[in-house]
Design a protein around this ligand. Sequence first.
Ligand code: C2E
Ligand code: MG
Ligand code: MG
Length: 672
Amino acid sequence: MKSLVRQVVLLVTSVTVFLTGLGVLLWSSNMGIARHIQHGNDFLAPSQLHVAQAQHIVARLAIEVHSDGLSPRPPGMVPYRFHVAGALDELERHLTRVVRLAHAFNYQDALNLPTRAFQHYETARAAFLSLDELTPQQSMRLLAVFEPLRGTLDQLARIYELEERNWHEEQERFTARYFKLAIFGIALLVLVLLPLVFRLAIGLRHNVRRELRTRQELEEANQNLEEMAIYDNLTKLGNRHLFKTRLDQVIGSAKRSDRLFGLMYIDLDNFKRINDSLGHDAGDEVLTVVAARLAGCVRSADTVARLGGDEFTVIITDMDNNGNAATVADKILRQVKRPINVAGNEVVVSASIGITIVPTDGDDATVLMKNADLALYKAKEHGRDNFQFFVEAMNRAAVAQMAMENALRAAVRDEKFALHYQPQVDLYTGKVTYAEALLRWPQGKGKMIPPNEFIPLADANGLLNEIGAWVLTRACRDLARMRRNGAPDLRISINLSPGQFRDPKLVARVQEALRVSALAPPALEIEITESTLIADTDATVKILNALRDLGITVAIDDFGVGYSSLNYLKNLPIDALKIDQSFVRDMEKNETDRSIVDAILYMARSFSLRTVAEGIENKWQLDHLISQRCDEGQGFLFSRPVPADEFSPVEMSRQWSSTLAPGAHSGLRVVE
Ligand code: C2E
Ligand code: MG
Ligand code: MG
C-alpha cells in the first residue's frame, strides 16, 4: 500500500512538472513575440502614421502654393484658399510627434532625419509667413523651400518602410525561433519525462492490479478462515466453536420454551488402535465415514460437531421426551458399527455415548458438557458400545473423585502414606525370605485406603512417580532396620506399576534409595505385572536389564491373569513368578485352577524361575503347593500385611521353620 501511494505521488509530481515545463515554454515564447509586436506598435506604426500625415500636408500645401502661384491674388490680399496657419500647425504637431517618438525609442537611424525635417519645416514656415501674396515666381521659390522638407519626409517614409519590412521579417524569425525552442523544450520534456510517466503509469497499474488481487486473495483467505473457524477441516462437520454457539442457542430457547433438547457426547471405542495399526490416514478415513453416518442419523435442525480426535457431539432439538434421544443414540450405535472399508481392510468401530437433557440436567454449557462427559464415562465403564443418560449420582461420584484427587495431592505433598509388610516364606525351610512392601493411605481411626483404590488415580494424576520414590526410600530404610534387628538376610520386595516405567529417573531413584540405606542391590526385588511387560517391551526390558545389572531381582506379580506368554518367560530378564492368588484361592475346590497352578510351577521350574504362591490362606493350599515344589508362599496363613514395627521376621521364621519340618515337601508334613 505504501509503495502504491509513493508511486501515485511520483506520477502526479512528474505530470505536474511536465505540464509546468510546457506552460513555461509556451508562456515565455508568447511573451517574446508579444514584446516584439509591442515594439512595432509603440514606435514604428505611429512614426509611419505621422510621417505619412506630414507628407500629405506638405503635398497639399505644395498644390495650393502652386495653384495660388498660377492665379495670383491681387497684392495686399492674403490668398483665401490658402489656410496656411492651420496646415502649418498640423504639420508641426506631426513632426513633433515623429521627433519625440524617435527620441523615445532612441532610434539612431531615424533620429537625425526627423530633426532635419523639423529644421526644414521651420525654414519653410518662416518663408510662408514672410509672404503676403504669391506671385508665380514666389510660388516657385516657396515650392523650392518645401522641397528639402518633402525630401526628408520621403526619406523618412522609406526608412520606416524598410524598417517595417525588417520588423516583419524579424518578427517572423523571432516567432520561428521561439517556436523551435518550444518544440525543442517539449521534445526534451517528452523524451525525459514521458518514459518516466509511462513507466510510473504502468507500474501504478500493475500495483493497483496486484493490490486488488491481494485484496481479493485476502478476502478469500478470510472467508476460508471464517469457514475453518466453524467447520472441522477433516469431516466438514461443525467444530467446537460452532457446537458451543449452537449449544448456547439451545440453552436460550430451552429457557424460553418448554421443549427439551438432548446433548450427546460420543467417543469412538479403541480408536487409537486403528491409528496405531493402520496409520493416521486410515484413522482419518474412518473418522470421515463415521462423521457422515452421524450426520445421517439426525434431522437437519439437529447439530453434529467434531470436538477433536474421535470425539463428536450431537444436539437433538425439540424432543418430546428422553426417549427421542435414546432412539437417536440407538440408531447412531447401529450405524457406526457397520463395517468400513479402509484401504482394503474391513474395519469395525463402535461408539460410546453419554446423554444429558437440556434444561432438565442443567442450563449452563459447562455443566451440560460435564454431565454428558460423565455419562460417556459411565458408558465406557459399562463395556463400551452403549449409551448412558446422565444421572445426578454420576455428579456425586465425580465430586467424590475430585475430592479424593485433592486429598491425594495433599497426601503426596505431606507424605501421608504408610507401608505395611507381608512376609514371603521359604516353603522348604519356613524362613521369611522377603518382606513385600504394600502401600497404605491412612485415613484416621485406623482406616486405610487400599492401594488398588488410589494407585490408578495417582497414576492418572501424575503423582505415582513421587509416591513410588517415597515407597522405595521408606522400604529400604525399614529393611535396613529389620536387618539390624536380627534378620540380616531379609530382602525387600517392592511393587512397581506400569506407569513408573515411564519415569526416566526410575533406575536412579532405585539406586539412590539403596545408597541412602546402605543396602546392596540384591537386597531388593521388584515386582511387575504382565501388563508392564506388554506395555512397551523394548523400553521396559532396557530398564529391567539395567536393574538386573545392578544385582536387583525381578518377579512377575499376579502371574496367570494376564497374557502369560511363554515367550517372555523365556526371553525376558526375570527371576521369579508370583502365582496370582485367584488360582490359589480356589485351588482346593476347582480342579482347573489346581491344574493351572501345577502347570505354572512345572513350567517355571523348567525356565529356572523361582516360584512364589500368593494368597495362601489355609493349610490345604500350603500343603498342595509344597507337594508341587513351590519355592515360596505368601498369604494370610503366614501373616496379613502389618506395619513395619509389628513385622517380626525372626519370630515368624522361627515359627514356620518348626512348622515346615525338613522334608515337608511330601505334602503331608504340615504340623497343625
Ligand atoms: P500384590 O502385589 O499382588 O499384593 C498382594 C495383595 O494381596 C495385597 O493387597 C495383599 O494385602 C493381598 N493379600 C496377601 N495375602 C492375601 C491372602 O491370603 N488373601 C487375600 N485375599 N489377599 C491377600 P493390597 O495390599 O491391597 O495390594 C493390592 C495391590 O496393590 C498389590 O497387589 C500391588 O499390585 C499394588 N501395590 C501395593 N503396594 C504398592 C506399591 O507400593 N506400589 C505399587 N505400584 N503398587 C502397589
Ligand atoms: Mg506384589
Ligand atoms: Mg499379586
